[in-house]
Design a protein around this ligand. Structure first.
Ligand SMILES: C[S@@+](CC[C@H](N)C(=O)[O-])C[C@H]1O[C@@H](n2cnc3c(N)ncnc32)[C@H](O)[C@@H]1O
Length: 356
């Protein structure tokens, strides 16, 4: 075992937790009802795989057909098998996890996927997400990296993000759900193995995460959705005191020439429709829901997130980068989690977005 944190996390996910119901808090549980297409896909995943689901969010983005997807910390493989159905027979999904018991359940699910969905498009790797370069996956070869409630568990989160950046194709994205805190979690809580294993005390302070993601090359992290984690365990809640935790889904594009802020070049896009399940609008992030047929003003970074990625064919692009009009109006850096306001948490008067 490479590291004592990894050792105790692996022990937690093989010996302490045997099924979803064994969780001691609600941090590794997904709140709310997934959309119908995800429910339909879950119903076509092996029951043994579903019984060991410990994810905190929904990290299956749009437009996956024919793509190569990598799941960091896939566990028993639920999201791998959901993604398998969306990438289809011309795509491929790779799952990586360090816990042998989890990977064994995931591999056993391949037979079910073949019988139920007629799909043999998955590969599982037993390994560490901090050492993605050692897994035999080529650099610049992956379209979409997903991860569900895992990176908080890593003792070296920067290596995970940097390794993910290297494996992504230019224009690819890391689309992942994880747990964040509204402040830095103190050392005494970080040493509590149960709180760490439950995806709580390893959580990054959201603003440290944003800085780390930028340093790894993901220059403009976009928040897609978030919700408050209530912990739901009086003993552990007491230990956490005033710290607030959030489950959040971010999308991080590998677009090397993104700017660190949202700049205004007077550009706009029109979403022409055509993306499956996005007939009336396309949601890029929590503050860009782009209605079909409407001229929608965007900053330079948003323009590139639509133009330099798999989404390009669905859009008409208006303008270029020849004239700069200053910072994009409303670009803020305050606490981005809209759900904090419902909870009365602090964070200033930001506009509810990571940027612009
Ligand atoms: C909370 S569970 C989530 C599993 C899966 N994503 C799901 O949604 O069911 C965390 C998983 O991450 C794996 N994991 C944690 N740290 C890891 C690391 N450093 N390298 C590889 N896997 C890791 C654990 O073994 C465990 O299976």
């Amino acid at each position: 075992m490479a590291n004592s944190v990894q050792g105790s996390v692996s022990h937690y996910y093989s010996e302490v937790l045997k099924k979803t119901d064994d969780l001691k808090t609600n941090a590794c549980k997904t709140s709310g009802r997934p959309p119908q297409h995800i429910i339909d896909a879950i119903n076509k995943v092996s029951p043994e795989v579903n019984a060991k689901y410990y994810g905190c969010g929904l990290c299956i983005p749009e437009e996956l057909e024919g793509r190569t997807v990598l799941d960091l910390g896939c566990g028993s493989g639920r999201d791998v098998y959901i993604a398998s159905q969306f990438v289809g027979e011309n795509g491929h999904v790779i799952g990586v996890d360090m816990t042998k018991d989890q990977i064994d359940v995931a591999i056993a699910g391949e037979e079910f996927n073949k019988c139920t969905n007629n799909l043999s498009n998955t590969t599982f790797k037993h390994g560490y997400i901090e050492k993605l370069s050692e897994l035999g996956i080529e650099k610049n070869s992956v379209d979409v990296i997903i991860s569900n409630c895992v990176i908080n568990l890593s003792p070296d989160k920067f290596s995970v993000l940097k390794g993910a950046y290297d494996l992504l194709k230019p224009g690819g994205e890391l689309y992942f759900s994880d747990v964040y805190a509204d402040r830095r979690v103190p050392q005494n809580l970080r040493e509590n193995k149960e709180l760490w294993g439950e995806c709580i005390s390893g959580a990054l302070y959201w603003n440290d995460f944003v800085g780390m993601a930028k340093k790894a090359g993901f220059l403009d992290p976009r928040l897609v959705s978030d919700s408050v984690i209530t912990v739901d365990n009086p003993t552990l809640e007491k230990l956490c005191g005033n710290i607030k935790f959030f489950s959040a889904t971010y999308r991080l594009f590998k677009i090397p020439d993104l700017e660190t802020h949202c700049e205004d070049y007077g550009q706009a896009v029109i979403y022409n429709g055509g993306m499956e399940r996005s007939e009336f609008s396309f949601k890029l992030d929590d503050h860009h829901e782009i209605e079909t047929g409407k001229v929608f003003g965007v900053c330079g970074n948003t323009w590139k997130m639509l133009h330099d990625t798999r989404f390009k064919k669905f859009f008409t692009f208006i303008g270029d980068f020849s004239t700069h009009y200053g910072i994009y109006d409303g670009c803020g850096t305050s606490l981005p989690f809209a759900s904090a306001k419902n909870e009365g948490a602090g964070g200033g008067g930001g506009g509810g977005g990571g940027c612009c």
